[in-house]
Design a protein around this ligand. Structure first.
Ligand SMILES: [Zn+2]
Length: 251
């Protein structure tokens, strides 16, 4: 079910079992924008059902925060134009060539192109991995893009970089003093060495909590956040938080 967070912002909440992220919906007078595509066609079916049941508009655009599978793989399941930052899109073109048999997935983990955690979650989400269809975006932007949804509701997509992934894009909705962070505030789970064992999922939180942040990346990221007018924000896999909570955590 979508939850209304501000006048024009709704969220379809994250789920841990297959690492589905928060899906944002911003509704203007003319258009609606979905922020994050979802991780599979099955995920999108659930979202579409709730849009219909809750009499919310179908999206006119779907924008994604970064290339990681859980945010991008369902882009092909939406029948509206998709939007991604340039760096995200370049990586999507690489992932589009990836094969999804066990051996290919294991080889990518060994070469550190992918991580065990994501591979295990992909195997859990997709009973049939031949169904995975990665596509690049229809609309690509460099650094910043504004989308006027009508009625004074504007989405500002900003290439924020940040500590999680260099391609991270955030979505700022000034009318609602709201900011979608994607995973941009999180640690670099692809770059740092850490171990995930599906038999011991309970270790995920303590193990990732113990990983370090790149201080220089966090500082540059916070400098950008300081220029934006927002009071509430939401990260990819956690409930909504206040600006104060985010900033004190990053400090
Ligand atoms: Zn991510």
């Amino acid at each position: 079910m979508f939850e209304k967070l501000t006048d024009h912002v709704y969220i379809y909440p994250f789920e841990r079992y297959t690492d589905r992220p928060n899906i944002g919906l911003v509704v203007g007078e003319k258009y609606a924008l979905l922020f994050e595509a979802g991780n599979s066609a099955a995920h999108v079916e659930l979202i579409k059902k709730d849009l219909a049941d809750q009499k919310l508009p179908n999206p006119d655009f779907v924008a994604i925060s970064h290339w990681h599978w859980d945010h991008s793989f369902a882009m092909s399941s939406w029948d509206c134009p998709s939007i991604a930052g340039k760096e995200t899109n370049e990586q999507l073109k690489v992932v589009q060539t990836w094969k999804w048999d066990d051996q290919s997935m294991d080889e990518r983990v060994a070469k550190r192109e992918d991580i065990t955690f994501c591979c295990e979650m992909i195997k859990r989400e997709y009973a049939d991995r031949s169904q995975i269809e990665v596509v690049p975006a229809d609309i690509v932007f460099d650094e910043r893009m504004e989308i006027d949804l009508g009625g004074g509701v504007v989405c500002h997509l900003i290439h924020a970089k940040g500590p999680h992934s260099s391609d991270s894009v955030i979505c700022h909705v000034p009318s609602d003093e709201f900011l979608f962070l994607g995973d941009s505030d999180c640690k670099d789970l692809y770059g740092l060495p850490w171990h995930f064992d599906i038999e011991h999922e309970e270790d995920f939180v303590p193990v990732t909590d113990a990983l370090p942040y790149d201080r220089a990346k966090v500082d540059a990221y916070m400098e950008l956040l300081n220029t934006l007018n927002f009071t509430k924000c939401i990260s990819g896999h956690a409930p909504m938080m206040s600006r104060e909570v985010l900033c004190s955590y990053l400090k």
